[in-house]
Design a binder for this molecule. Structure first.
Ligand SMILES: Nc1ncnc2c1ncn2[C@@H]1O[C@H](COP(=O)(O)OP(=O)(O)O)[C@@H](O)[C@H]1O
Ligand SMILES: [Mg+2]
Length: 366
């Protein structure tokens, strides 16, 4: 997939822009607070169908403007072109169009433009709390399977219902018939969720380990494993989960929420058997986070049969030159890339490379 053109109106500090992108690298250089991340946010909105920075859509509307508008012209790997439009009014009203035809809401374009983004915060995937690793796996799985996303939403829904039953129980108002019914739905959804996660983690693990070894000639093997909060044993996951729920019933009522399940699981990441989160250097963690994102891009390509667009925000300012060169080499052969940087890094006038500068929201192609 590639984005050939973009038109922007009133998106954060970008008042107006019409740009034509290159099929390989697009380097976007600009000092701090000029709008580099804003541009990536606008492009990635078409992939994620929400902002990667804020939950409030209207925050993206330029101050003082009544709406923002984005239009991109994309081309699939097989050469099919289409146009997507997103308009958001202050107040949140959103209009989305595909080839000029209105569609219902942002989520109806989910999956049309596969994308992978890397921001400096992504190191949290390795060093942060388990939720960041779960999000990574869930996002990857959602990009390749609609069924996974549906099941994930349903799991979250029953989890919320169950948690409110537990809270009722604490004040003696729980209907245990309902509670038991919710337990059964929860463990079924949980089983599918964990299976789906394990499947996609296995794909990521294999690709990431291979990349770590061959692209970065890493010392020691990179390993990843799913850490379930439900102890494994003989029998189906759903049965094990159900019996652990029975055992935890009183404690759950005392503490007021569901204590175990996929929403508590984690992914262990190690190099040469050493837990990266505990023993890894900052540089090593950053490298593994990048490798995981590149593995994500490969998995999406393989499973979807379409290459994702790759967006890298301020990545190379944090990596040493040797690693940067390898990352760029790896990406250049495969994807359309958008790379922001505080300094100009790509001013080679090669075919397939676009150089842009951004100053106070005004973007100029060099
Ligand atoms: N809704 C908005 N309207 C106008 N300007 C905004 C809005 N949101 C953020 N900005 C401005 O955008 C700039 C930050 O842009 P950003 O893309 O994060 O910069 P950087 O180039 O460092 O990545 C700041 O100057 C900020 O004031
Ligand atoms: Mg930025």
């Amino acid at each position: 997939m590639r984005i050939n053109r973009v038109e922007i109106k009133n998106f954060r500090n970008i008042k107006e822009a019409r740009l034509r992108f290159s099929s390989g690298f697009n380097f976007i250089a600009g000092l701090n607070a000029q709008g580099k991340t804003n541009l990536l946010e606008a492009l990635y909105l078409f992939s994620l169908c929400r902002s990667f920075r804020t939950k409030k859509r209207e925050e993206m509307v330029a101050l003082g403007a009544p709406f923002f508008f984005l239009r991109i012209k994309v081309e699939s790997d097989s050469g099919v072109e289409f146009v997507l439009e997103i308009g958001v009014e202050r107040g949140g009203r959103t209009r989305v169009k595909v080839n000029g035809e209105k569609v219902r809401g942002l989520s109806s374009i989910l999956g049309l433009v596969p994308g992978v983004i890397f921001t400096p915060r992504d190191i949290g995937m390795v060093s942060g709390p388990p939720g960041e690793r779960r999000t990574f796996i869930d996002y990857t799985a959602s990009q390749i399977s609609e069924g996974f996303l549906e099941n994930l939403k349903e799991y979250r829904h029953v989890l919320r219902q169950r948690n409110s039953q537990i809270k009722e129980a604490a004040v003696g108002k729980c209907n245990f018939k309902i509670m038991r019914a919710l337990d059964r739905i929860l463990v079924e959804k949980a089983e599918d969720l964990v299976e789906g996660r394990k499947r996609v983690l296995e794909e990521i693990r294999e690709k990431a380990a291979d990349m770590f070894r061959h692209v970065f000639t890493g010392d020691g093997d990179l390993e990843m494993e799913y850490i379930s909060s439900i102890k494994s044993g003989s029998g189906k996951y759903s049965e094990l989960f159900l019996s652990s729920i029975e055992k935890m019933r009183n404690e759950e009522i005392r503490r007021g929420y569901t204590l175990k399940g996929p929403h508590c699981d984690d992914i262990g990441i190690s190099i040469g058997k050493l837990d990266l989160r505990k023993y890894g250097s900052q540089g090593r963690k950053r490298l593994v986070a990048i490798v995981m994102k590149m593995a994500q891009a490969s998995v999406i390509t393989e499973k979807r049969g379409e290459t994702p667009v790759v967006l890298l925000d301020d990545l190379f300012s944090e990596l040493d030159d040797c690693v940067s060169a390898r990352v760029k080499e790896f990406l250049s052969e495969r994807y359309q890339n958008f790379i922001t940087s505080p300094v100009e890094i790509g001013t080679q006038n090669r075919k397939g490379v676009g150089n842009f500068t951004i100053h106070k929201g005004v973007i100029t192609r060099q």
